[in-house]
Design a protein around this ligand. Structure first.
Ligand code: UT7
Length: 347
């Protein structure tokens, strides 16, 4: 039998970034959008039995953003996409493919990506949604990278977008204090001899699917009076177990991504973890041996925005000057599924 080449080798070794067959999947630009409405911990104190003190010490969250009633996931996604396209000065008509990672699509079908295609005028783009919960943005980056490196498409728009306020149970203090709405986008292009996405890895464990889910609305529990009475159309989570799995999986994924690129944590300028909980981020940083100033966090302002989380954070890290061209950036995510992933970018 013919011997196959080793699986999952990094596209490039960053120390010799442009020697690896000259192939590069470049992140040309990023953009993000969060709705204007802020929901503070003090306001949540009036909704459920909670306190600013509990939320702050257990999660690090001070406020989160909520989309307006007439603002949907596709609207948030389109705003983030327009900003990313503007920064790169790329015409929407040049986009070959749009991937939207989300667990809160405007509707089960058509896809949110198709709605975004229409909103931004990307008339030549194919479009589909990808569902990997909070890990969605890295899953989508990896999928986009495959299309680009195979030269199937030259320009791919990757978006993580959520209107989580539409599936949060505002009577459940265990979850309603955690989530927020927003979107982040990245434009990926084939650019030989350029900076880019060095590697992305993904993982999943379906045996823990019940830890974090929204049981209603699919083929198992279609909408019915019973499903409404049982509150099946809201997100539910076993927080403690999810927390433990998150720390282990994010640590492993981050290590794997760095190993593939033959780098260690000291070479990473900025670590951008999924913004679920400050305590999770600190525990992962600790295990990786990362210093506090390597970690980028904005969970205090936006809470957990699921698939949008690291996309918004990456855009803000760039805007705030935390990342300069040429820096190595590590993204690491975790979410329902369970799913997880990590990516190394040479910015
Ligand atoms: O994005 C996908 C991944 N998501 C995550 O990674 C989230 C992972 N989980 C977490 O971040 C944390 O587990 C939570 C923030 C959700 C909860 O923190 P915890 O330290 O694990 O608290 P706990 O669930 O063990 O609850 C401790 C206590 C409980 O009371 P009893 O049973 O000890 O009397 C809860 O009922 O805190 C109570 N509690 C609250 N109290 C005030 C739970 N939520 C609240 C609340 N306000 N909002």
């Amino acid at each position: 039998m013919t011997e196959l080449p080793e699986k999952n080798v990094p596209f490039v070794n960053p120390r010799a970034a442009h020697d690896f067959r000259g192939r590069t999947c470049s992140i040309v630009s990023v953009g993000s959008y969060v709705p204007e409405r802020r929901l503070s911990n003090a306001e949540l104190e009036k909704l459920v039995d909670t306190s600013d003190e509990w939320i702050t010490t257990r999660t690090g969250i001070k406020e989160r953003r909520l989309a307006a009633d007439d603002q949907f996931t596709s609207d948030l996604a389109a705003e983030a996409a327009k900003k990313a396209l503007e920064k790169a000065d790329i015409d929407p008509e040049a986009i070959d493919l749009i991937i939207v990672a989300t667990i809160t699509p405007d509707m089960p079908f058509p896809s949110t990506a198709c709605l975004v295609q229409q909103k931004i005028g990307a008339t030549h783009a194919a479009a589909f949604d990808l569902e990997a919960a909070c890990s969605g943005f890295i899953y989508a980056l990896e999928v986009a990278q495959q299309f680009i490196m195979s030269r199937t498409y030259d320009t791919v728009l990757v978006i993580g977008a959520e209107k989580l306020s539409s599936i949060v149970d505002w009577k459940d203090r265990n979850t309603c204090v955690l989530f927020g709405d927003g979107a982040g986008a990245a434009v990926l292009q084939y650019r030989a001899e350029s900076h880019g996405l060095l590697t992305a890895c993904m993982g999943a464990d379906g045996s823990k699917a019940s830890l974090l889910s929204m049981p209603g609305g699919g083929s198992r529990h279609p909408a019915s009076q019973q499903s409404l009475d049982d509150r099946l159309h809201f997100l539910r989570m076993d927080g403690k177990e999810t927390f433990k799995s998150a720390v282990t999986a994010m640590h492993r994924a981050a290590k794997k991504a760095m190993e593939r690129c033959q780098i260690d944590i000291s070479q990473i300028k900025c670590v951008i973890p999924h913004q679920a909980n400050q305590r999770i981020m600190s525990a992962v940083a600790d295990r990786l041996g990362a210093t506090e100033d390597q970690i980028f966090a904005n969970v205090d302002k936006f809470g957990n925005t699921s698939a949008a989380s690291v996309a918004i954070a990456l855009d803000q890290a760039v805007e705030q000057g935390r990342i300069q061209r040429g820096d190595l950036v590590l993204l690491v995510v975790f979410g329902a599924g369970l799913t997880w992933g990590a990516a190394v970018i040479e910015w």
